[in-house]
Design a protein around this ligand. Sequence first.
Ligand code: SDX
Length: 429
Amino acid sequence: MTGTSADVSVGGKSVELPTRSGTIGPDVIDIGTLYKNTGTFTYDPGFTSTASCESKITYIDGDEGVLLHRGYPIEQLAEHGDFLEVCYLLLYGELPTKAQKDDFDYRVTHHTMVHEQMSKFFTGFRRDAHPMAVMCGVVGALSAFYHDSTDITDPHQRMVASLRMIAKMPTIAAMAFKYHIGQPFVYPKNDLDYASNFLRMCFAVPCEEYTANPVLSRAMDRIFILHADHEQNASTSTVRLAGSSGANPFACIAAGIACLWGPAHGGANEAALNMLAEIGSVDRIPEYIAKAKDKNDPFRLMGFGHRVYKNYDPRARIMQKTTHEVLGELGIKDDPMLEVAMELERIALTDDYFVEKKLYPNIDFYSGITLKALGFPTTMFTVLFALARTVGWIAQWNEMIEDPEQRIGRPRQLYIGEPKRDYVPVSKR
Ligand code: SDX
C-alpha cells in the first residue's frame, strides 16, 4: 500500500485502490471499484476489518483503551459533564455554552411527556413480558404519533425527532418498568434533571412523595454518559442500515433496540448479573473459568471480551468506581455478587487464556451490580442501556443521512449453495 493507494491483484487482474486517512486511527482502502474491475468481492463476516462509513462522532482505540466523543475523553466527560451535555456534544459536535445548554435542557425537558394514547399500547402486553419486548413495540409505534417529524429529508424535522427520542425514552422506559411491576405510570416533572426525573418515574408511587437521592441521580446520569455512543457497534450499524433505506427515525431506533437486546451486545449486562448470581460464591469461580475456556462449552464469561477493546474498557473502570459509590451511599457493605465479580476479574486478568486472548471486563461487567443496587430488576438492565444509547443512535443516524456518500446498504455474499438445477416432479423424487 503506497501513501495514497493499494495495489490489488486477483484472478489475473490488477487494480489500484485509493486509500484514505482519518484524523487518528487506521487508514482505509476504498474497495468501491474492486468488484467492477476484478469481479471479486471482499469477505469479512462480522466486519472485523471493515469500515462502513466516515464518522466524526466517536473514536475508539481498542489497544490503548481510549474512547473519545467528538475528541473529548470519556473519563473527562463522565467526571465533569452531565448526560444532556454529552447529548448536545454528540448531536452538534461541540460542548454547549451555558445559554445553549440551558436552551437544550429546556427543550428536552418539555418534550418528556408521551401522547396519552400511548399508554394503551402497554395493556396489550402480558405483565411478565420482557421490558425489551415492550420497548421494541412501543418505540416502533412512535412513528404512528409523530408524523410531523418523519420526513428525513427535512433537517428541522430530523432534529425535532432527535429531541423527541432523547426526551421520551426515559418516560417510555419507566412506563415499561411500571407496567412490568404492576404499578401506575408516573408522569415526568419539569423541575427535575434528566436522571432524577427518570428515577422518580421509576420508583415514585402515588401514596407518598419521592425525592431522588442526589448521589444516586449523579450515578444514574454517569451511567447514561458511559452508554451514550460507541462507534459502529452492532446496534448502531443496525440503525444506520435501517436508516439507509429511508425508514423513519422511530422505526430505526426500534431496530437498534431489537439488536441491542442480544446477550452478545447490550443484553450482556443482564446476562452478566445472572452469571454472577449463578456462580454465587468465590469458591465456584474456577469451575466457571474452566467452562469459559472449554471449546466444547458454549458458556462465555458475560461482561468479558470485546470486538474492539483488547485492553481494559475505559467505561468499565468508571463503572467500577460508580458501583462502589452507589453501594457505599446505600450502605451495602459486602454485596456477594460484587465480591464474586472482583475475584472473577482478578483471576481472569491473570489467567493465560484471558491474557492471551486479551479478554478484559467490558462496560457490562459492573453495570448490572450497580443497576441492581439502584433498585432495577435484571430485566430492565438492557432497557437502561437502550435509553442511554438512543442519543448515539440518533447522532449516527443524522450523520448517515447528511453523508453525501451514503447509499442504501446492500452487502453481497459468497454463494456456497447448489448450482443451477432443474425442477423434479414429486412423482420422480
Ligand atoms: C457490548 O461493539 C461494541 O462497541 C459493543 C458495546 C457498545 O457499547 O456498543 O461495547 C457493548 O456489546 C459489550 C460486549 C458485551 N458482550 C459480552 O460481554 C458477552 C461476552 N463477550 C463475548 O461474547 C465476546 O467477547 C464479544 C461478542 C463481546 C466479542 O466477540 P468477538 O469480537 O467476535 O470475539 P470472539 O467471539 O471471536 O472471541 C475471540 C476469542 C474466541 O476464542 P477463539 O475462537 O479465538 O479460540 O475469545 C474467546 C472466543 O471464544 N472469547 C471468550 C469470551 N469472549 C471471547 N471466551 C470466554 N468468555 C468470553 N467472554
